[in-house]
Design a binder for this molecule. Structure first.
Ligand code: HGY
Ligand code: MN
Ligand code: MN
Length: 346
């Protein structure tokens, strides 16, 4: 009997890895390429809808394009997202959806959701909660995207809270001019002003414990080698573990938020269910905060009892990169714990 159970677990583990590979191949190029709102994200949703049907779930797509698979008793929900950043990792988002399907099929209760367009600003999960959807409980399995679990030698981590985040843009105006004839003293160079601001972003984030800030995109106009830049538009991604520190960072960087996620704690009941399942397997219980934003933060901020389970990132925790990696053994354990928690919750 034990060998039969072990064989079945192996089969399920292989199936998860095969499905992750199938999603990873969509879009071609290096890494995952399924931008939010793209045909590639649509293809991923088609594949996941088929897997939900194979699992015997009732499949529906809501007005925001979120994909939902339900058993007859959808009282505990699991899920994540299937879009990716350009050249992203194999596991970010996709693991939570594929493992969610597996876990819900295994326990025969609950629902699994693939939220749309998480990377550009949790578009799908924001629409979901704005429409008044409040699942009784939500669990998100996600790769850690950091080094903590690898350094701790732990396959899984229990997330206690998710960082707060503000995304914004800043524009710097200058005066276009001839690169050869305008004296340095007479220039209004938009790029020089932008570069000074980028250093200000780094310095202010360094000065606030636990804060981070990133200028990931910078566009220079007219972008011609022999013209003094007249305009620069840049992105700012600012994060801090609590509201006071986030407010201080936003103020010091002079940001007008385009998108923001409130720092949010995870809920006691789903946290306890995850912790009990990890302990029941004799695994180390490592609790940590998430520096990455997640759809789980949107659900938690909408009052849904929410918790996250992290699976160890390898390669020093690199993520948002084709080098993102996790091990089949850790993934199999994560699915077991997720399924156990779904079964344990009321
Ligand atoms: O940016 C984030 O933290 C997430 O990957 N969307
Ligand atoms: Mn991501
Ligand atoms: Mn993600």
């Amino acid at each position: 009997m034990r060998n039969l159970r072990r064989g079945r677990a192996m089969m399920r583990g292989v199936r998860i890895l095969e499905r992750l590979d199938e999603l990873y191949e969509i879009g071609g190029g290096e890494g995952a390429n399924r931008p939010g709102g793209s045909a590639e994200e649509d293809r991923a949703h088609e594949l996941a809808a088929g897997w939900m049907e194979e699992a015997g779930l009732a499949v529906e797509v809501d007005a925001a394009g979120n994909l939902i698979g339900k058993t007859a008793s959808p009282d505990v929900w699991a899920g994540s997202h299937l879009d990716s950043i350009p050249n992203g990792g194999k596991y970010d988002g996709a693991l939570g959806v594929v493992a969610g399907i597996e876990a819900v099929e295994r326990v025969g209760r609950g629902a699994v959701v693939a939220f749309r367009d998480e990377e550009r600003g949790c578009t799908g999960s924001e629409a979901f909660v704005v429409r008044g959807e409040r699942p009784p409980t939500f669990l998100e399995l996600h790769i850690e995207q950091g080094p903590v679990l690898e350094q701790a030698g732990a396959p899984l981590g229990i997330v206690t809270g998710i960082t707060g985040m503000v995304r914004a843009e800043r524009v710097f105006e200058g005066v276009a001019g001839h690169a050869g004839t305008v004296p340095m003293s007479a220039r209004h160079d938009a790029l020089v002003a932008a570069v000074e601001y980028v250093l200000h972003v780094r310095n202010r984030a360094r000065a606030i414990e636990g804060a981070v800030a990133t200028v990931g995109r910078l566009e220079v106009e007219p972008g011609v080698a022999n013209v003094i830049p007249s305009r620069v538009r840049l992105s700012v991604d600012a994060r801090a573990p609590d509201r006071p520190r986030l407010d201080r960072l936003v103020a010091e960087l002079g940001l007008e938020p385009l998108f923001e996620l409130e720092p949010v704690p995870m809920a006691a009941a789903p946290l306890a269910a995850l912790r009990a399942e990890v302990e029941a397997r004799g695994l180390p219980v490592v609790e940590l905060r998430s520096g990455a934003g997640h759809d789980a933060a949107v659900l938690a901020n909408a009052g849904v009892p929410t918790a996250m389970l992290f699976v160890r990132s390898l390669n020093g925790g690199v993520s948002h990169s084709p080098d993102e990696n996790s091990s089949p053994e850790d993934i199999a354990l994560a699915v077991e714990v997720l399924a156990g928690a779904l079964a344990r919750l009321p």
